[in-house]
Structure formats: C-alpha cells, structure tokens
Design a protein. Structure first.
Length: 103
C-alpha cells in the first residue's frame, strides 16, 4: 500500500502514528475507517459499523483524546469531515487523517 501525503495533516499507518508519541504518552487511540457507501458514508471502528450518535458516545467515553481517520482517495470529504467533526464534538482534541492509495 502506498501512502499519500497532503499538507496540514499527519499521514501514515496507525502503527507509524502511534510510534510518533513521546515516551510516557498514552498510545491508545481510536482508529476509524471511513469509506463511501453508495450515496452515503460508512464509518467502521474495530470492525463495527457505527453511526454518528454511536461515534459521539464512544468518543465521549474513550480514555484517549486522540483518533486517526483512515480513508481511501475516493472517499468524499463530507464523510471524512463528518467523522472528524463528530470526534471533535465528543472531546477528541487530536484527530489525524490518513489517506490510502491502493495503486
């Protein structure tokens, strides 16, 4: 898999992002997969499809304040932005975004 880097965001695999933590920081974080699903969006967390309401609940209850949103280059911004916005509303103060290029 090839990673594409865009200015303003931290990109890479979840393993690489967690390795960027300073010593002593909590490495646990939420990792979401966001994709186009017909005319809508599909958000997956740990293999479970979640709604915006469920994502808000999970974000508020999470011990971590970090998340990674993974998506492919065909995912519409409304899906990515919706997931980021929901996580921020839930109190997650750091959301990294990673785009995957399957070619």
């Amino acid at each position: 898999m090839k990673k594409t880097i865009m200015p303003g965001f931290l990109f890479g695999s979840a393993a690489l992002l967690t390795s960027c933590l300073r010593e002593g920081q909590d490495a646990a974080q939420l990792v979401l997969n966001v994709k186009r699903d017909g005319g809508g969006c599909r958000v997956m967390l740990q293999g479970e499809r979640v709604t915006s309401e469920r994502l808000m609940e999970i974000g508020r209850q999470a011990k971590t304040r970090r998340a990674i949103v993974l998506h492919d280059k065909e995912t519409p911004y409304k899906c990515i932005g919706g997931a980021v916005f929901t996580l921020q509303r839930a109190g997650i103060n750091r959301v990294d975004v990673a785009v995957w290029d399957e070619s």
